[in-house]
Design a binder for this molecule. Structure first.
Ligand code: FAD
Length: 479
């Protein structure tokens, strides 16, 4: 079976809805024209095409609260949306009576506190915008994703986004100190605290983080900032296999601990695809190698890293764990190395159909997982081309599989669920997760009961009923 596009329900919205929303946010912020609404209804990879009554763009927390209250009173379902870069379809509506609540106009930095190392921002600020605001205060906001120019911090929080700096700084959940959330009935929970320690009862913010818009609308957040690194070393390293890559990581962690901020694995096939289709990309090595690691280290003190990195790489070459390595000599070269990794997601579509898996296994099990899953998918669809890449340091592999050359794309994509089942089985055998960082949304909703116990499912449904008794916040997603 291919990915199932949910059928569109063609229910009429409540007759009072659109005039009430226009009175709250202004008529020009209630979009109904197909040309305006269209970009909000298509998932980034084109997997899902939705429909809605309107896209509503409030400009403040008070407006969000009033919109949500009006929706509650009219029985209107709300699909919150940030940058629409989510990869499990959670941000797409499938009912002509629903509204998309776009947070994009709420993009202000409310306060920066360099002494306390915090920043308070609205949910619609792009992740890049948060990084830039931190940088302007001589601080680092470390969350980093290839989609950072488009995704919004509210979306990052709602999906508990991961990315390329989790190894040292954790995922979005670890970077949030406080939240402001509009609840399903329109009340505002002001939890914008900037405390590093606060054991006063249940940790409510963690309920909303990663809840994919099903429990409340995040309108603002207090985020942690960090000292800006004074020295960064970036190396592209050729390794014989993922096991050797892990040995290199072990060596780097033993010497440099949290200075190791990025450790990303890429197979040769991925580099080939990037070089074929990624504009301005080039191979820094003279020869092709089976696997590569993009490794980045940062330090708060200048002039401390380079020598250690060279020693680590020299020892790893001696041990046979590294074939060759290039350390970036300039900012341009560093950006070139990063580009190889960053365009790896988007260029895969140029090779035809690609069946995706965003899985995590215990870090030490990653090489076995990659070997077993590659063999299994090649047995299932002979000629398919596995492209396992991503966050090796977190045991999080994007196990994507490109179609066999010459195969009909639709016929290949029709095997999506069958291939998912094979890969997820292997993931489970290794004690892993079928969704490491992208969430459940609609894409993996049917799979959730298979990986959660009855007790967990029951607790999640109870929380959903308590926080959203009318079932109007992103219905049909996650649960
Ligand atoms: P959207 O797509 O708009 O929404 C995602 C979900 O959050 C939906 O369920 C939506 O209803 C909900 N939501 C959005 N805003 C709010 C809000 N304010 N309040 C409540 N709910 C809300 N993800 C990673 O984790 N790591 C990666 O490395 C990574 N790389 C990516 C690379 C590319 C090229 C692309 C296209 C995507 C990548 N992603 C990655 C996925 C995606 O960028 C993240 O999931 C991101 O956090 C989504 O943010 P968004 O603003 O686009 O959210």
């Amino acid at each position: 079976m291919a990915v199932r596009q949910p059928s569109i329900r063609t229910t009429a919205p409540h007759p009072d809805l659109l005039p009430r929303l226009a009175a709250i946010v202004g008529a020009r912020h209630v979009l109904t024209e197909p040309g305006d609404v269209g970009p909000h209804l298509v998932e980034w990879r084109g997997l899902f095409h939705g429909a809605c009554a309107a896209v509503v763009r409030p400009g403040s927390t008070a407006e969000v609260a009033a919109v949500v209250a009006a929706c509650s009173e009219t029985g209107t379902a709300i699909v919150p949306q940030g940058g629409n870069t989510g990869l499990v379809g959670g941000q797409i509506p499938f009912d002509t009576a629903q509204i998309v609540l776009s947070l994009q106009r709420m993009d202000r930095v409310r306060t920066v506190d360099p002494a306390g190392n915090t920043i308070t921002v609205e949910a619609g600020l792009t992740l890049l915008g948060v990084q830039q605001a931190a940088d302007a205060a001589d601080r680092l906001f470390p969350l980093s994703l290839a989609s950072e120019g488009s995704c919004r911090i509210g979306g990052n929080i709602a999906t508990n986004a991961g990315g390329t700096a989790v190894l040292a700084y954790g995922n979005a959940r670890d970077l949030v100190l406080g939240l402001e959330v509009v609840l399903a009935d329109g009340r505002v929970w002001d939890g914008l605290r900037s405390l590093r320690k606060d054991n006063t009862g249940y940790d409510l913010k963690n309920l909303f983080i990663g809840s994919e818009g099903t429990l409340g609308i995040v309108t603002a957040a207090v985020l942690k900032l960090f000292p800006k690194p004074r020295e960064v070393e970036t190396a592209l390293v050729a390794v014989p296999d993922p096991m050797a890559a892990l040995a290199l990581m072990d060596r780097a962690l033993a010497r440099l601990g949290r200075s190791l901020t990025t450790f990303e694995l890429m197979p040769r096939f991925g580099i080939d695809v990037v070089l074929r289709h990624g504009e301005g990309t080039r191979d820094p090595f003279a020869n092709a190698h089976p696997w590569y690691v993009l490794m980045e280290l940062s330090s708060g003190t200048e002039g401390t890293l380079r020598d250690v990195v060279e020693v680590i790489l020299a020892e790893a070459i001696e041990a046979g764990d590294v074939i060759d390595a290039v350390i970036a000599e300039s900012l341009d070269q560093r950006l070139d190395f990063w580009r190889l990794r960053e365009v790896m997601s988007e260029v895969q579509s140029r090779e035809g159909g690609s069946i995706k898996h965003d899985v995590a296994v215990p870090v030490a099990a990653t090489p076995a997982f990659i070997a077993e899953a590659s063999a299994a998918v090649m047995a299932l669809v002979p000629g398919c081309r596995p492209l396992p890449f991503g966050h090796l340091g977190d045991g999080n592999i994007h196990f994507n599989v490109s179609q066999p050359l010459g195969m009909d794309k639709a016929a290949y994509l029709a095997r999506w669920e069958e291939m998912n089942a094979v890969v997820h089985d292997i993931t489970r055998r290794h004690g892993g997760s079928i969704s490491a960082e992208h969430g459940i949304g609609i894409l993996k909703r049917e799979l959730l009961p298979g990986v959660k116990s009855e007790v967990e499912m029951d607790l999640m449904r109870t929380l959903k009923r308590t926080l959203d008794p009318k079932g109007l916040l992103n219905p049909g997603k996650v649960l």
